[in-house]
Design a protein around this ligand. Structure first.
Ligand code: NAD
Length: 476
């Protein structure tokens, strides 16, 4: 039964957790230990801006320390509150376990509308917030490693990394205190687009299993599938761009803060993104297709719906009207527990957030490893690989000459084969592998157990099982 009243985000996550643990055999007390949030730190600090002192409220929540460091983004948004960071921290625990990144779960946030401040002011505010967290080890390469989330990006991560380095001048691993940094501050290639890329890889893996595709009443592959995306920010933009450019999907709807655009003929993601950067909204881009009530578009006709903005957008209010047979949760918690119940009964297939948007933390893990090893991926082996490949090419060329017209190497083979993988290719390969394996792990539970009917419960069962064994190994 769907709950009558909408639960809070935190309650929603717990309700979904409870649905999964009811099907598991956890030792007494362990269930509670895993579910609860270990600690949430609230900080209030003042920054002198435009001649007066402004007070800000921020949070860093640590959900589970079964593995350390704990990991999770920092969000800058006006709606940030304790309930939200705790829900997001819990999701981080389950997400990291599901995609096997060796972290516990955490999340942070600052109540702020970043669009109201200029770059210099934002730097002051970010550094001050970081200072408060660093001095309590809530940012630390061995204990707590943030990353970007809504309203933050490479720029903020670079400020945080620099603030940490200033306060810990002898820490040789200081760059590993935060991920999602720009390349020149210790970042890794492919991190900016990682979450959107992960959404693409998740959908590709889903479409590799015709049995699963049929459950959503769909068939074939991604080519020509009609997609609606909500939120053309970091995650939504990259997911939409890659799906359109590389998989032939047709982006028919884009929803932003000020409204949505729908065109069954397909939309040009790149042009709309440019417009959005310039004008701050979709209004004026294509008036014939513009609808001021963007949320209505969530209910429009499409094959795949990608909510990639924020939590709670599909709720008891609009769940019945959702027509998409397949939803991939690129945002965290876009479907409330009540809406989830309604959608499941309708037969909608939901690829859950903890899996769908795990591309970000996966590549963050690669970045953290890179920072700790102080060497770029591929630096040692690339030329050696190339030399070995050259030996084979030399032999093939000899054969080519010997066989004359009977056989010859394809013209581009030599170049492609000789080129060793660079950092970006390695990151993509690692991400692809992670997304495939995690999907297969969920799928085994989904198809292998009679009492599991959806991917979300399957995902929770896999991840809670891993967190539980980690606690057991510690003797808890
Ligand atoms: P972002 O700030 O880059 O983009 C969010 C976009 O959504 C913006 O374009 C914003 O204008 C739009 N938006 C906000 N409220 C909206 C609303 N009510 N309706 C329509 N559009 C709205 O943020 P992001 O990093 O892309 O994060 C989006 C979601 O993905 C969040 O739930 C976040 O927790 C999740 N996520 C992000 C990452 C990451 O690596 N950035 C990783 C995992 C999960």
């Amino acid at each position: 039964m769907a709950p009558k009243n909408e639960p809070s985000f935190r309650e929603s996550v717990d309700l979904m957790f409870n649905r999964a643990v009811a099907l598991m055999d956890l030792s007494p007390g362990l269930e509670e230990k895993i579910r609860v949030c270990n600690a949430t730190y609230t900080v209030r600090f003042g920054v002198r801006l435009r001649g007066k002192l402004e007070t800000f409220v921020g949070y860093r929540s640590v959900h589970s320390e079964h593995m350390e460091p704990v990991k999770g983004g920092i969000r800058f948004a006006t709606g940030v509150n304790q309930d939200e960071v705790e829900a997001l921290a819990a999701l981080m625990t389950y997400k990291c376990a599901l995609v096997e990144t060796p972290f516990g779960g955490s999340k942070g946030g600052l109540c702020i509308d970043p669009r109201k401040y200029d770059e210099q002011e934002l730097e002051l505010i970010t550094r001050r917030f970081a200072y408060e967290l660093i001095k309590r080890d809530l940012i630390n390469p061995a204990q707590n490693v943030p990353a970007p989330d809504m309203g933050t990006g490479e720029r903020e991560m670079a400020w945080i990394a620099d603030q940490y380095a200033r306060m810990n001048t002898t820490d040789i691993n200081s760059r590993a205190c935060v991920t999602g940094k720009p390349l020149n501050s210790g970042g890794i290639k492919g991190r900016v687009e990682a979450t959107g890329r992960g959404v693409q890889f998740a959908l590709r893996e889903f479409f590799r299993h015709p049995e699963d595709v049929a459950k959503a009443g769909l068939s074939g592959d991604l080519d020509g599938k009609r997609v609606i995306v909500q939120g053309l920010g970091n995650v939504g933009y990259h997911a939409a761009k890659f799906l359109a450019e590389e998989d032939g999907a047709k982006i028919v709807g884009i929803i932003e803060r000020d409204g949505g655009i729908y065109d069954p003929e397909g939309l040009h993601v790149e042009r709309i993104h440019e417009w959005l950067q310039k004008h701050g909204g979709l209004k004026g881009y294509a008036d014939t297709h513009f609808n001021k009530d963007g949320a209505r578009l969530l209910e429009a006709e499409c094959d795949i719906l990608i909510p990639a903005a924020m939590e709670g957008v599909i709720s008891l209010k609009n769940a019945k009207g959702i027509r998409a047979p397949l939803i991939i949760e690129a945002a965290n918690g876009p479907i409330t527990a009540g809406a989830d119940e309604i959608l499941r009964h309708k037969g909608t297939v939901i690829i859950p957030d903890m899996y769908a948007n795990a591309g970000g933390v996966t590549v963050s893990y690669f970045e953290w490893v890179k920072n700790l090893s102080h060497i770029r991926f591929g630096r040692m082996q690339r030329r050696q690989e190339e030399a070995r490949h050259r030996m084979l090419i030399d032999e093939l060329e000899r054969l080519d000459r010997y066989l004359g017209d009977a056989w010859s190497m394809r013209p581009d083979f030599k170049e492609k084969y000789l080129r060793g993988a660079d950092e970006l290719e390695l990151v993509r390969s690692g991400l692809d592998d992670t997304m495939r394996i995690a999907y297969q792990n969920m799928r085994e539970v989904w198809h292998g157990r009679d009492d599991v009917h959806d991917l979300r419960v399957a995902a929770y069962i896999v991840s809670i099982g891993r967190v539980a064994s980690s606690y057991k190994a510690k003797g808890l």
